[in-house]
Design a protein around this ligand. Sequence first.
Ligand SMILES: *Cc1c(COP(=O)(O)O)cnc(C)c1O
Length: 322
Amino acid sequence: MNEQKLPDYGDVVAAAERIAGYANRTPVMTSRTVNEAFGAEVFFKCENFQRMGAFKFRGAMNALLQFTPAQRAAGVVAFSSGNHAQAIALSAKLLGIPATIVMPLDAPAVKVTATKGYGAKVVTYDRYTEDREQIGRDLAQKYGLTLIPPYDHPHVIAGQGTAAKELIEEVGPLDALFVCLGGGGLLSGSALAARHLSPECAIYGVEPEAGNDGQQSFRSGKIVHIDTPKTIADGAQTQHLGAITFPLIQQNVDDILTASDDELIAAMTFFAERMKMVVEPTGCLGFAAARARKAALQGKKVGIIVSGGNVDISRYAALLAG
Ligand SMILES: *Cc1c(COP(=O)(O)O)cnc(C)c1O
């Protein structure tokens, strides 16, 4: 990937133009309770109201809209058990592109059903004995499909950056921005937008406490790999940052913070009770970290990206019931 130019703010602007008309311009919500508790002005960018329920539609759509006619005809392949699978499946359906999604045999039935519901072909693998990246690459090779990875791709990163661009254009420059972090597509894209539109803004990535590979990487200066972390934040169970997302994060982000599962549940409960929003555990990372540091945010203007709302409803109820 070294020979490839890193995406920049111009790519985020181009992505925003490209996906307009397909992606929702999601609402920015506020809560008087939060503002009073923080002594600050807090703005939530609600990607739980994005199409298919998460910001990942932005990056997927931006990538597929740049396919050549030959790539469109042959189709796209992605490996994911989560929101990226649904994002690729829906984007492909809207553009009439055949999609193949590689999912683990034991993926939740709801996710398999949702992905098939968007018309994608689902290929399963055994997550204990098979390598999904290899399966994805083999399918790509064999059938001439284009592989779109969940975060480490310039078009995906530029697309993800459009949410922060919308937020800052709507509410003005921020003092701090909190962004959920898995492999870093959302964080690196958001950071491109925020550095340009609000140069003084402190930009924080937030990952699960049990899987702080991003924090270790950021602080040590090289990409740290970890085992799949045990956390309720299933959208951020990534094992390492990417070859493209990491340098962008190093250049533009101020720090990487963590949130515990208990803090995620407390944030999820607050969203449900006070703001009437269903937010998935991973989508609570930014708010959970901001709450834990609210003393330092007094008098500031704070942006929080709420990244998604896809959670099995019985699991959601069980998590809330504690
Ligand atoms: C994928 C995902 C993330 C993490 O995004 P990355 O680009 O991998 O860092 C955060 N929240 C939700 C809801 C997701 O689906």
